[in-house]
Design a protein around this ligand. Structure first.
Ligand code: NAD
Length: 297
């Protein structure tokens, strides 16, 4: 039994905290939202009155917050001044590499071990305890991080030192965002050429066009029954979330002096999709935009 403080019990954090409780750990949970706290309480967590209170005697602190500014503030104001220095600190939010490295430095100055550990998998995997974690931390700290993440994980990778987890996450999602657009363009072109898009899916899935966006998450309804395209593009990874990750990739590329022209174009297209009212729909609704249809739900 480990004493865990879990801060940020939203769409992702709620299921993740519940899995820690299910594994027999004592979870002190905090969120600004009363409804999220009540849900966590029903799932076996002990609601705390504040983040500072939640971390006071924690062995492991896990955060799952919206963005870099939330993570910086919660660490500076609540966690670092109040957690025992022996606590292992793990941030699972998707944030900018710079914020992750800044928090790591502040944590180290006070003697804490810290890891950035963003996830891939979405809310279904958060609920099922089958997330993929991409960890940035000191090599010696990794076994403890891996053990702490185990009740929430299908697989845990150490990407490298602090910030490397966030770097892996935004690079992976840039591949995903760009490849989805390529697949949507090809499906829309197939349709215009009089080629059955489902037949195209079958052929390209076994040819050199094969990729995850096509074979596991097909934006054309039918060939992949579990894909959000079969549910009116609801659920899955929202266009707004994809846009957030592509913005992080572009900011990182600008700072690093990397050329990412397709990443930039993809950011523009998802911004257009969100501007048309599809921010809450799965990002594969890009297909509708490229077929010249209204993508809003
Ligand atoms: P969410 O908005 O549902 O949850 C965030 C929670 O943090 C909210 O409940 C909010 O009240 C809480 N919060 C904000 N500030 C707080 C504070 N100061 N103290 C305590 N609680 C605070 O977001 P989410 O979908 O759970 O995503 C969380 C993170 O995971 C994001 O960084 C996101 O990019 C990443 N992510 C999400 C998905 C997904 O499919 N939803 C997938 C992979 C990664």
């Amino acid at each position: 039994m480990t004493r865990i403080a879990f801060i940020g019990l939203g769409n992702m954090g709620g299921g993740m905290a519940a899995n820690q409780a299910k594994a027999g750990n004592a979870v002190a949970a905090f969120d600004l939202s009363e409804a999220a706290l009540e849900k966590a309480s029903a799932a076996g967590c002990a609601p705390a009155g504040s983040a500072a209170e939640a971390v006071r005697d924690a062995e492991v602190v896990i955060t799952m917050l919206p963005a870099g500014q939330h993570v910086r503030a919660v660490y500076a104001e609540d966690i670092l001044p109040n957690a025992p220095a022996s606590a292992l600190l793990i941030d699972c939010s998707t944030i900018d590499v710079e914020s992750a490295r800044a928090v790591a430095v502040q944590a180290a100055e006070r003697g804490f071990r810290f890891a950035d550990a963003p996830v891939s998998g979405g809310t279904a995997a958060a609920d099922a305890g089958t997330l993929a974690f991409m960890v940035g931390c000191g090599e010696a700290d990794f076994p403890a991080v891996e053990a702490a993440l185990a009740p929430m994980a299908r697989v845990v990778f150490r990407a490298g030192d602090h910030g490397a987890g966030q770097a892996a996450k935004i690079c992976n999602n840039m591949v995903l965002g760009v490849s989805m657009i390529g697949v949507c363009e090809a499906l829309a072109l197939a349709e215009k050429l009089g080629l059955d898009p489902v037949k195209f899916h079958e052929i390209s899935s076994q040819s050199s066009g094969q990729c995850w966006s096509l074979t596991s998450y097909c934006p054309w309804p039918g060939p992949v029954p579990a894909a959000p395209s079969n549910r009116g593009y609801e659920g899955g990874c929202s266009t707004a979330m994809m846009l957030k990750d592509l913005k992080l990739a572009q900011e990182a590329a600008a700072r690093a002096g990397a050329a990412t022209p397709l990443g930039a174009a993809a950011e523009g297209l998802y911004a257009m999709l969100a501007g048309l009212g599809a921010g809450g729909r799965d990002f594969s609704v890009m297909l509708e935009l490229l077929r010249g249809k209204a993508p809003a739900g």
